[in-house]
Design a protein around this ligand. Structure first.
Ligand SMILES: NC(=O)c1ccc[n+]([C@@H]2O[C@H](COP(=O)([O-])OP(=O)(O)OC[C@H]3O[C@@H](n4cnc5c(N)ncnc54)[C@H](OP(=O)(O)O)[C@@H]3O)[C@@H](O)[C@H]2O)c1
Length: 319
């Protein structure tokens, strides 16, 4: 297959990390970037060594050289941006959270089928070598059966008041970041949670700023704090019969530490990588090579299950 040509939608802060990840591969490249401002697009194109810069999003959708659009716009725009890209017959990788409602997600996955285009939520956590290593410990029972999971993630002080990430319908802790925890756990456990419930607090804008999630996967209980107000350990801990494994910053993990109860010893296994998004970029290339329209890992169902959970929690918070 020829090199995959990406078009980047927006000059969001996440864009540089994604572009560097694509550029670090041998199979994909970034051909163009679009912004609502030509000046911003040109500045980013120069900084990130991208050939073309567009001052409108539509020009990117229309560019015949672009195979796939990476969407990194505010969360409430994802739905319309996905539709705009698909309607120009572009494959799409859309940043998490995929869409704000499950109805929107169903609609765009249906449209992708109609247009015969690939569509996937950008959920890098499920493609990381560390994630696969943890899943392997669970499946092989090398440390005995998995008994419990304790997981926390915090993203404090990232956005000033007034930033769209503080708006209740598209910001806070749950909507932007809940998918890291939920999709990561559902992937690791090979099934969606059988039961879950949540407690939360809200900021003055009414956006959920901290959520405490209790989930049940068969006989395994999991607890997760997701916060934009309290710094947490940002660690996922998997408790097994013979020890436990710590994963620091599980959503972009670069290794893990195994603790053995019996010998009271620990071993760190580093898995360094320059750009952690390259694993999802590799996966996407493989999917397109195999002419798939959806990912078998970050599947439409995986995305829908997560959005439905977030919707249920939001409903209980009257958002
Ligand atoms: N996977 C990850 O690791 C990760 C990490 C962080 C964020 N994200 C996701 O990536 C997306 C972008 O997040 P971010 O924090 O990087 O965004 P950001 O820095 O706030 O940038 C958002 C961009 O969207 C464009 N935009 C279009 N309409 C806009 C509007 N009405 N108001 C503001 N901006 C508008 C702007 O680009 P132009 O001005 O160039 O048009 C802006 O730069 C979100 O969906 C977020 O959840 C993912």
């Amino acid at each position: 297959m020829k090199k995959l040509q990406y078009g980047i939608l927006s000059t969001a802060s996440i864009v540089e990390r994604f572009v560097r990840a694509v550029q670090s591969t041998t199979h994909s490249d970034v051909a163009a970037i679009a912004s609502r401002s030509l000046q911003k697009a040109q500045a980013h194109a120069q900084k990130l060594q991208i050939d073309k810069a567009y001052g409108t999003y539509q020009e990117l959708f229309n560019d015949p050289k672009i195979d796939i659009i990476y969407i990194a716009t505010p969360n409430e725009h994802h739905y319309q941006d996905i539709k705009n890209a698909l309607n120009q017959k572009k494959h799409v990788l859309c940043e998490k959270p995929f869409t704000l409602t499950s109805q929107q997600a169903r609609e765009v996955f249906q449209l992708a089928q109609e247009k015969q285009c690939f569509l996937m939520e950008a959920q890098k956590s499920v493609f990381l070598p560390t994630t696969l290593a943890i899943k392997n410990y669970i499946q092989t029972q090398e440390l005995g059966p998995l008994l419990q999971i304790d997981i926390s993630s915090s993203y404090t002080g990232r956005h000033p008041e007034g930033h769209w990430m503080n708006q209740p319908h598209q910001g806070g802790a749950l909507i932007p970041s809940g998918s890291y925890t939920i999709e990561y756990l559902n992937f690791i456990m090979d099934q969606p949670a059988d039961h879950y419930h949540a407690h939360y607090t809200q900021m003055t804008t009414k956006a959920i700023d901290e959520v405490s999630l209790n989930l049940k996967y068969g006989n395994v209980l999991a607890h997760s704090f997701i916060s934009v107000k309290t710094n947490t350990k940002n660690t996922a801990t998997f408790f097994f019969e013979k020890g436990y494994i710590d994963v620091f910053e599980f959503w972009k993990a670069r290794g893990y530490t195994v603790h053995h109860w019996e010998t009271n010893t620990k071993t760190h296994y580093p898995l360094p990588v320059d750009y952690e998004m390259m694993y999802e970029v590799d996966h996407l290339y493989e999917c397109l090579k195999e002419k798939r329209l959806t990912s078998p890992i970050m599947s439409p169902q995986a995305t829908l299950t997560c959005i439905e959970m977030v919707e249920a929690i939001q409903k209980s918070a009257s958002i």
